[in-house]
Design a protein around this ligand. Structure first.
Ligand code: FAD
Length: 337
């Protein structure tokens, strides 16, 4: 195991703050992972598994071992006339993996094109976009169970997938995801109903969409909507869309008739967090080199703050103002460290 000391984390997370990890290693085999965990345990060091760092905010020095996942590989497990089973290493880049599938016209993940991050975190966050959640295409997840000290395969039905959550988040720090098994289709059900995909296809004169043309539309839409984290530090949506009861919704609608919300079931509404943030006047506001993105209030961007705490404080101000105005507690979707 190649162990580095006092490593600047700036290149390893998309907010690009100047926090330090006291120890750092990258692992590309399962054996190396076990070795790194053993080293941390024997030396009384906490450890943190890191993918591409696009959903974390370091707010202080990490006094322990950061283990960067670089377990790669895409393996075809099974292929029939209509579908495929693929096994993909946790350290593969998500966006590259989706492009790989799209190029082969294997359908299912095209609406999730261009989401930054690693394959291993896709099930943890149950990443989603344009009407699709990754859990719809997951068969099982291979992980190391740090409590039982054994390798396990967790079938989809035991992954407790929900909105941006899963068993891997609910039982935080227990499982280390090493590979994910996906089921993709050669005759996919194409999803064009969300977020302007249809309009882009129409503008491009496409009436009979394919996996490729949908991916192209999603990439076009995302490129115009989200700031590129390589240019402007961010983690995408900083907050989750909050859920409220129908009674709360009815009361809020009396005071705020333009409230943007969607019914989830007979008892629950999902509120657009971006709408709440805009309604509190935060869109495009900048303070201490941190701001709400001009085109998408849900995104907090780092314009040059060196400390993650500055970003955390800015998000706290947003949360407080929304609590005061709407009585809704916004939850962060990013992992605070
Ligand atoms: C511009 C932008 C747009 C985005 N758009 C979307 C979107 O549309 N939809 C969406 O869902 N998300 C979106 N995201 C969020 C982000 O891309 C995803 O959450 C992504 O899955 C994070 O992957 P990562 O490898 O960077 O995770 P990291 O930030 O590296 O890690 C996230 C968490 O998982 C833990 N972890 C990392 N690897 C493992 C592992 N192998 N096993 C166990 N724990 C692990 C870490 O300790 C950390 O707590 C966006 C982010 C950005 C910057």
């Amino acid at each position: 195991m190649k162990l580095q000391q006092n490593i600047a984390l700036r290149p390893y997370h998309s907010f690009a703050c100047e926090e330090i990890a006291s120890f750092f290693t990258t692992i590309s085999t399962k054996e190396a992972l076990i070795e790194a965990i053993q080293w941390a345990n024997e030396n009384n060091q906490p450890y943190l598994i890191l993918g591409s760092g696009t959903n974390v905010l370091f707010t202080k020095q990490f006094n322990g071992l950061v283990i960067k996942m670089e377990l790669t590989g895409i393996q075809k497990l099974q292929e029939t006339a209509s579908e495929l089973l693929l096994q993909v290493g946790a350290g593969e880049n998500w966006s590259h993996f989706v492009s790989y599938c799209v190029q082969k016209s294997w359908g299912g993940l095209e609406n999730l094109s261009l989401i930054p991050g690693s394959v291993g975190v896709a099930p943890i966050q149950n990443i989603g976009a344009y009407g699709v959640e990754v859990s719809e295409h997951i068969i099982s997840v291979d992980a190391f169970d740090t409590i039982k000290n054994e390798w396990i395969t967790i079938p989809k039905q035991d992954c407790a997938f929900g909105y941006r959550t899963s068993i891997f988040k609910k039982e935080a720090n227990r499982y280390i995801v090493c590979a994910v098994q996906f089921k993709l289709s050669k005759q996919p059900l194409l999803r064009t109903d969300f977020g302007g995909i249809k309009a882009v296809l129409h503008a491009r004169g496409i009436s009979n969409p394919s996996v490729e043309s949908i991916a192209g539309a999603v990439i076009y839409l995302r490129s115009n909507q989200w700031p590129d984290p390589k240019i402007l530090g961010n983690t995408g949506s900083f907050f989750k869309n909050p859920m409220i009861t129908t009674t709360q919704y009815d009361q809020l609608m009396i005071r705020f008739p333009s409230l943007m919300a969607y019914p989830i079931n007979d008892h629950t509404y999902k509120i657009a967090a971006g709408w709440l943030i805009e309604a509190c006047g935060w869109k495009a506001v900048t303070k201490d080199q941190v701001g709400c993105y001009k085109d998408q209030a849900l995104v907090i961007v780092n314009y040059g703050a060196t400390k993650g705490k500055t970003i955390l404080d800015f998000s706290e101000e947003i949360i407080e103002s929304i609590q005061v105005k709407f009585g809704i507690l916004l939850e962060r979707s990013v992992n605070i460290l």
